[in-house]
Design a protein around this ligand. Structure first.
Ligand code: ARG
Ligand code: ZN
Length: 854
C-alpha cells in the first residue's frame, strides 16, 4: 500500500492524445476514452491502467473489440498485453456521479457536474495512466441535456457547440497544451456568468469568465478584479504571461479543498470566490484575492512546468504559495501578511513536525496522497523557497526562475531540477541547502551572548539542533539564512548571516554593553529560536525596533514569558506596567499601519501558546489567556474606548486603510466586551449599525469570547437574517461550535438537524466540526472525554461519505502524546475506535495507524 519515492520508475508508455466523450446523466454517465499510446520502454509487454469505481463496458484495441479473456480487470487496474509500439485504445466505462460523495473524480452535487482530479481522481473517470509525468493533448466532448445544463465546460478552447436530437447538446473543447490528467476538468450546469477581458503585456486578449450560482453574480466581481491584478502582477514581478484565449473560474458549493488550478478552467470552493461587504469579512476578501492569485500563478508553476511524481508536490505548491504570499504582500499590509504566514508555520506546521505525520517538504513515502496536501508541503515549502530568495536576492532568484522555466517548460520535473536551475543561474553552491527537502522537523536555533567589555565586542554563539521526528531519527545541520539587526542606542546595523554548521559565532565589534541583536528578522528561516532575552530587553525591541515584524515578534516572546510566570505563580501573576504603557501608547497613537497595531495589541491565541509546550497545559493556557485579557481591559478601559470610537468610521470597502481601522476597532471591542454591563449597548449598537460583515461578526466573536449575555439574542437575530445564505450561515455554525460552555454539545446535535446542514457538504461539516476541534479547546479537551467522543462519532459517520474531509478533521486527535496522561488515555481510546471500524478509508487509516504506532 505504501508508495516510495525511491521506487520511482519512468513510465513504460506515454499517451500522446486523449479524446474523451462524456454522455452526462447524474445517475449514469458514459465515458468513452480514445487514447493514442506510444511505448517508451521496448521491454514493456504489459500495459497497466489505473481505474477505481468504474464499470467497464468495452475495450477496443485499435479497431478490434477485446474479449474479456484478453484483459484483466480488478478494483484498481486494467491490464493487457501489448506488442505494438503505437496503438490506440478505446475504453468505454460507466460511472455514477450522484453517488460520488467523496467529491473526487466526476461528481454531481447541487444540480451541476464537476470534477476534482488532483491528485489521483482521474482514475475514477476512466482507465488511464494516472500519474503526473504522462502528459497528453486532451480533447473533450460533452453531451448533456441542453435545458438542464446550459454551460458545458472543459479545458482549453471551445471548438464545437451544437444541438442534438432529443434536447441534447454537444460541446467540444480542445486544450493545445499537453497536460497530466490531474489538470483535467469538466463542469456542466446552469450558472450566472460574469465576464471581462484582460490584455496581456504582449497583446493577447484573454476572455475572463466566472461561473457562479444564479443570483450571486455580483459577488464574483471582487474575484474577477483580483484575477486581473494577479495577471498584471505576475507579468511585472515574474515576467510570466497567460497563454490561452480564455480563463474560466467556476465556483461550486461542494468542494473538498480551497480551489484547483485545472488548465484554463479553475474550480473554486464558492467560499473563495463569492464576497460582498454584507456577507464577507475582510479575512474572506483577503483569502479570495490570495487564492485567486494562487491558482492563477499555478499556470506557470504547476501547469506549464509540472511535477514528475507526487513526492514532488512542493515543487509546485511551495513555489506557488511563495508567489501568492508575495502577491498578497504587495496588495495589503506587508508586515501583517508576514505575521500571519509565520503564525501558520509556528502553530500548524511546527505541530505537524511534532506529530506522527511528520514529513519533509518532499515526502519519502506515502500511503494516501491526499494526506500530503499539508502545511509542511505548502507553507514550509514556501519558506524554503523564501530562503532561496533571501540567499540569492530578488535578481538572482528571478534569474533562477527564468532558467527553470526555460529549461523545463512542458516537462514534468523534480524539486531537484528547480534547485539546480537556481544554482546554475547564480553560480551559487546549494548542495548543503538541498537538505531542506529531505529532512523533516523543526530546527532549534539556540543563541548565547557574551560581551567583552575591554574589546567592546559582542559575540553570539549560535547552535542548531533538529530533534528527531516520528519519520526520521537522525538529523543534520541545515543552511540557515539569519537576518539580523543590531539595536545599539541610535545606531542600528543589519545584515544577513548564513549559518552552515552546527555551531558558529557571530561577532559585533565596537558595540556597547547594552547592544541588542534582533535575530531572524522577518522569520528568515523556519526555525524555533531559543534565546535568553529578558522581559526588559524584549520590551525594548517591541518599542524601538524599526522593523514592525521584529516588534511583534519580541512581544510574542514576552507573552511566552508571562504565560510561564502565570503558570508558576498559580494565577497570582500580573502583567507588567511596562506592557500597559506600551499598549496605552499604541491605543493613543496607533502606528500608520493599523492592522499591525491591532496585531501588537493582541494576546496570542490558544494555538500559539500551546505550540511552545512539549506537553500542552490546556487548562492553564485557557485560564491565563482569559486573565491576561481581563487585566488589559481593566487597566486600559479608557484608552480602549477612545481608540474604539476614533476608529469606528471606517469606509465599508475592502482597502488597506479601512481594513486596518476595523481590525483596530474590533480589537478594542474584544477587550471592552469583557465588562458585560458597560459593553452591552456598544455591542448591540455596532451589531445593528454595522456597515458590513466584518463588524457584525466581530461583535458575535467578542461576545462569544467574553461569554457575554447578548450572544444568544444576537445569534438568533443573525440566523433569521441569513437563513438563505449558506456561506454566511457557516460562520454562524462555527460560532456555535466555538461556544466555550458545555451547552455546545446540545447545540451541535441540534445543528446537525438544521435544514441547511448536510453531511455531504464539506463546508458545512468543517464549519461545525473543524471549528469545534480547533476553536473550542476547553470543550474539545474535556476530561470526561465528551469532546473527543463527539469528534470520533462524527468521523465514523463521515469517513464512508467523504474520506478526504474525515482525514483532515482527525488531525487534532493524532497528537495525543502532547497531553497529560488522563487525556492521552481518552484520545488513544478514540483512535482505537476509529481503527477498529470495518472498511475504514485509506486516508483515515494512514493517519490513525501512524498515531497509534508512535
Ligand atoms: N492544487 C490545489 C491547490 O493547491 C489543491 C488540490 C488539492 N487536492 C487534493 N485532493 N488534496 O490549489
Ligand atoms: Zn496550489
Amino acid at each position: 500500500q505504501v508508495k516510495r519515492l525511491a521506487d520511482y520508475q519512468a513510465p513504460d508508455f506515454f499517451i500522446e492524445t486523449t479524446d474523451l466523450t462524456f454522455e452526462l446523466a447524474a445517475d449514469k454517465t458514459l465515458v468513452t476514452a480514445v487514447l493514442q499510446f506510444r511505448r517508451a520502454n521496448p521491454n514493456a509487454l504489459e500495459l497497466r491502467l489505473d481505474g477505481q469505481q468504474l464499470l467497464l463496458l468495452a475495450v477496443h484495441y485499435n479497431e478490434r473489440l477485446l474479449q474479456p479473456s484478453e484483459y484483466q480487470c480488478d478494483a484498481q487496474q486494467l491490464r493487457l498485453s501489448v506488442t505494438d509500439d503505437d496503438f490506440k485504445l478505446t475504453i468505454k466505462t460507466e460511472i455514477c456521479p450522484q453517488a460520488n460523495t467523496a467529491l473526487e473524480g466526476l461528481y454531481f452535487a447541487n444540480g451541476s457536474f464537476c470534477t476534482q482530479c488532483e491528485a489521483e481522481g482521474f482514475r475514477r473517470i476512466t482507465y488511464y495512466l494516472d500519474r503526473p509525468d504522462v502528459l497528453s493533448v486532451f480533447s473533450t466532448t460533452i453531451i448533456a441535456d441542453a435545458n438542464q445544463y446550459p454551460y458545458l465546460l472543459s479545458n482549453g478552447n471551445k471548438v464545437a457547440d451544437r444541438l442534438l436530437a432529443g434536447g441534447q447538446r454537444l460541446v467540444r473543447w480542445q486544450d493545445p497544451f499537453p497536460k497530466p490528467c490531474y489538470l483535467f476538468a469538466l463542469v456542466a450546469g446552469d450558472f450566472e456568468l460574469r465576464q471581462d477581458q484582460y490584455t496581456t503585456k504582449s497583446g493577447r486578449v484573454v476572455e475572463l469568465a466566472f461561473y457562479v450560482e444564479k443570483g450571486q453574480g455580483n459577488k464574483a466581481l471582487f474575484a474577477l478584479e483580483a484575477l486581473k491584478r494577479s495577471m498584471r502582477w505576475d507579468e511585472e514581478r515574474f515576467g510570466l504571461e497567460y497563454d490561452l484565449d480564455t480563463y474560466m473560474v467556476v465556483a461550486v458549493d461542494f468542494f473538498n479543498m480551497g480551489a484547483m488550478e485545472n488548465k484554463g478552467l479553475n474550480v473554486f470552493n464558492s467560499k473563495y470566490v463569492l464576497v460582498s461587504n454584507n456577507t464577507a469579512t475582510d479575512t474572506d476578501f483577503f483569502n479570495v484575492e490570495s487564492i485567486i492569485g494562487h491558482e492563477y500563478f499555478h499556470n506557470w508553476t504547476g501547469n506549464r512546468v509540472t511535477c514528475r511524481d507526487w513526492f514532488q508536490l512542493s515543487l509546485k505548491e511551495g513555489l506557488t504559495v511563495f508567489r501568492d504570499q508575495e502577491f498578497s504582500r504587495d496588495m495589503g499590509s506587508a508586515t501583517v501578511n508576514r505575521i500571519h504566514a509565520v503564525q501558520v508555520i509556528r502553530t500548524a506546521q511546527f505541530a505537524e513536525d511534532a506529530s506522527p505525520m511528520a514529513h519533509p517538504i518532499q515526502p519519502q513515502q506515502v500511503m494516501e496522497m491526499n494526506n500530503f496536501y499539508t502545511v509542511t508541503v505548502y507553507d514550509k515549502g514556501a519558506e524554503v523557497i523564501r530562503m532561496l530568495h533571501t540567499l540569492l536576492g530578488e535578481d538572482g532568484f528571478q534569474a533562477g526562475m527564468r532558467l527553470y522555466v526555460q529549461r523545463h517548460d512542458g516537462q514534468a520535473v523534480t524539486c531537484e531540477h528547480f534547485v539546480q536551475a537556481m544554482q546554475d543561474a547564480n553560480h551559487y553552491d546549494l548542495s548543503a541547502f538541498r537538505r531542506w527537502y529531505q529532512q523533516s522537523g523543526t530546527p532549534e536555533l539556540r543563541v548565547q551572548r557574551s560581551y567583552d567589555v575591554h574589546k567592546q565586542q559582542l559575540t553570539l554563539t549560535l547552535r542548531q539542533h533538529t530533534p528527531a521526528t516520528a519519520d526520521q531519527a537522525t538529523k543534520l545541520p541545515l543552511v540557515l539564512p539569519i537576518r539580523y539587526q543590531l539595536v545599539d542606542g541610535e545606531r542600528s546595523e543589519s545584515g544577513l548571516f548564513v549559518m552552515q554548521l552546527q555551531e558558529e559565532s557571530l561577532v559585533f565589534t565596537d558595540v556597547s554593553a547594552t547592544a541588542l541583536p534582533v535575530l531572524l528578522e522577518d522569520f528568515s528561516a523556519p526555525v524555533r529560536l531559543l534565546h535568553d532575552y529578558s522581559e526588559q530587553e524584549l520590551l525594548r525591541i517591541a518599542k524601538a525596533a524599526s522593523n514592525g515584524f521584529a516588534r511583534w515578534d519580541a512581544l510574542q516572546s514576552c507573552w511566552m514569558l508571562w504565560l510561564q510566570q502565570y503558570i508558576q505563580q498559580g494565577g497570582a501573576f500580573h502583567l507588567p506596567e511596562a506592557l500597559f504603557e506600551l499598549y496605552a501608547t499604541l491605543l493613543n497613537q496607533p502606528l500608520p499601519d493599523k492592522s499591525l497595531t491591532a496585531e501588537l495589541l493582541k494576546v496570542p491565541d490558544y494555538g500559539t501558546f500551546a505550540e511552545s509546550f512539549p506537553q500542552i497545559p490546556v487548562d492553564s493556557i485557557l485560564a491565563a489567556s482569559a486573565a491576561f485579557r481581563l487585566q488589559i481591559s481593566e487597566h486600559l478601559s479608557k484608552a480602549l474606548l477612545q481608540c474604539y470610537q476614533q476608529h469606528s468610521q471606517a469606509a465599508a470597502e475592502y482597502n488597506e486603510e479601512a481594513v486596518g481601522q476595523r481590525a483596530l476597532k474590533n480589537r478594542c471591542l474584544d477587550y471592552l466586551s469583557m465588562h458585560h454591563g458597560d459593553s452591552q449597548t456598544l455591542l448591540e449598537q455596532q451589531y445593528h449599525t454595522a456597515s458590513g460583515m466584518t463588524d457584525k461578526l466581530a461583535v458575535l466573536k467578542a461576545s462569544l469570547h467574553s461569554e457575554h449575555p447578548v450572544f444568544e439574542s444576537l445569534m438568533q437575530h443573525f440566523a433569521n437574517e441569513w437563513q438563505q445564505d449558506v456561506l454566511v450561515l457557516d460562520k454562524w455554525f462555527s460560532l456555535h461550535a466555538a461556544n466555550p460552555t458545555e451547552q455546545v454539545f446540545d447545540t451541535i446535535a441540534a445543528l446537525c438537524q438544521h435544514p441547511k446542514f448536510s453531511w455531504q457538504n464539506p463546508n458545512r461539516v468543517r464549519a461545525l466540526f473543524h471549528a469545534f476541534a480547533m476553536q473550542n479547546p476547553g470543550q474539545f479537551h474535556r476530561l470526561d472525554g465528551r469532546g473527543y467522543q463527539l469528534l470520533t462519532q462524527t468521523l465514523l459517520l463521515l469517513d464512508p461519505i467523504n474520506p478526504q474531509v474525515a482525514a483532515r478533521l482527525v488531525t487534532p486527535l493524532l497528537s495525543w502524546h502532547r497531553y497529560d496522561s488522563e487525556r492521552q488515555i481518552l484520545i488513544k481510546q478514540a483512535l482505537r475506535q476509529l481503527l477498529e471500524k470495518d472498511g475504514i478509508s485509506n486516508d483515515l487509516y494512514e493517519k490513525v495507524s501512524k498515531a497509534l504506532a508512535g
